[in-house]
Design a protein around this ligand. Structure first.
Ligand SMILES: *Cc1c(COP(=O)(O)O)cnc(C)c1O
Length: 398
């Protein structure tokens, strides 16, 4: 372990040097089944041949250009993302947090441009995650991410998802600019919000001239089996959406997608990024979009998501003292545990299975959207073996 790196992560032991598909290899030749996928990021697995080709080919041509020049890859990808969604305007970033920042800035500028600069409040929800910048930690309001970083920023309101009355009252206030929500909460523990809830929120926002922001940084780009998670529910389209993670399948890139109306305040000079959407990022992201938006990829995500969820439900039924709940949508799956989730992740690693942590004592399964059925079954086998290990410990203790 390094003394020089800020110890902000509790890092796992294995050091991976190579990957292909759902597999990760250490220098010592150990092989792990990867259901973390860089936190829902390596959506086409590791070393996908088309992505490798796109990156290496672009690397020999042109890496980077300032955004004061036209970048044709941005224009093409923006057109395709907009054609596949509610979007009409797009801004490329390097990360999810920056995509959310751009979304928040777009929302406030919308009201300022419309003569209502007093509308600055952003309503967020407990259990959400929007990134680690100042604006995004204030938007999610998680105390453990805010503690020690100075006073809370003004203009952020936190509500409970289940408190409908408080939500309606907050949206009706004349200082409210926007509501930000993850259609499927990721870090918070894979909580999938019901369609009726999302539709109700959409109506409340429209009725009061408040913009609706979907944070689909984790749930978007095929993760739930549709290109975007809200597309499961007709009529829930947001005004603004943040995407990232799987957008570049591991190459850092994000985007803020908006309607033309919502983006009316984003004019020359008000926002920018040095690296956002550079030619290298666009070469990878265009290819990733091609692959992820294929009907076969989305169908596979639905199929494997179901297979994993059904298998996990069987494991839960066999071991109710260890597995409490299976939740999520598509291939964004949360398993709520009765044993410590960090200890579970370490035990799973001993079975050569990588799973991600999550809030509410969950572990998350977020593998490649291209995972095969036999690979899903192997993941379930290793998950079951991990659970059985805890069950045996429990029996010995009793
Ligand atoms: C990961 C994540 C972010 C932050 O993305 P970064 O690329 O880490 O900045 C924001 N929102 C959601 C929902 C995420 O899952």
């Amino acid at each position: 372990m390094s003394d020089q790196l800020m110890p902000v992560y509790n890092r796992a032991e294995p050091v991976f040097v190579r990957g292909e598909g759902v597999w990760l290899h250490t220098a010592e030749g150990e092989t792990y089944l990867d259901c973390v996928a860089g936190i829902a990021t390596n959506a086409l697995g590791h070393a996908h041949p088309r992505l490798v080709a796109a990156l290496t080919e672009q690397a020999g041509k042109l890496w980077h250009l300032s955004n004061v020049f036209r970048i044709p890859g941005q224009e093409r990808l923006a057109e395709r993302i907009c054609a596949a969604s509610f979007g009409e305007r797009l801004f490329f970033t390097n990360s999810g947090a920056e995509a959310v920042e751009a979304a928040l800035k777009t929302a406030r500028r919308y009201h300022a441009a419309g003569g209502a600069p007093e509308r600055i409040d952003i309503i967020g929800f407990t259990g959400s995650f929007h990134g680690r910048t100042y604006a995004t930690i204030n938007a999610s309001g998680n105390p453990s991410y805010l503690d020690g970083f100075g006073p809370r920023l003004p203009g952020y309101v936190q509500l409970d998802i289940d408190d409908r009355a408080a939500l309606a009252a907050a949206i009706a206030r004349p200082t409210t600019a926007a509501v930000i929500v993850e259609p499927v909460q990721g870090e918070g523990g894979a909580r999938a919000l019901p369609g009726e809830w999302l539709l109700d929120l959409r109506r409340l926002c429209s009725d009061h001239g408040v913009l609706l922001i979907h944070d689909e940084v984790q749930s978007g780009m095929g993760r739930t089996g549709r290109l975007f998670a809200h597309q499961w529910f007709e009529g829930t389209e947001p005004d603004i959406m943040a995407i990232a993670k799987a957008l570049g399948c591991g190459f850092p890139v994000g985007a803020c997608v908006a309607t033309a109306e919502a983006a009316r305040g984003m004019v020359a000079g008000v926002h920018g990024s040095t690296f956002g959407g550079n030619p290298l990022a666009m070469a990878v992201a265009e290819t990733a979009f091609d692959e992820i938006s294929r009907p076969e990829t989305l169908a596979n995500a639905q199929l494997i998501g179901r297979r994993l969820a059904e298998g996990l439900a069987r494991i839960a039924a066999d071991h109710p003292s260890i597995v409490v709940d299976i939740r999520g949508k598509g291939m964004l799956i949360g398993v709520k545990l009765a044993v410590n989730n960090r200890e579970f992740m370490a035990a799973a690693r001993r079975h050569r299975l990588l799973v991600a942590g999550g809030g509410d004592n969950c572990v998350r399964m977020l593998p490649s959207l291209l995972m095969r059925e036999d690979e899903a079954d192997l993941a379930l086998e290793r998950f079951a073996a991990t659970v059985a290990g805890f069950a045996a410990m429990g029996e010995r203790a009793a």
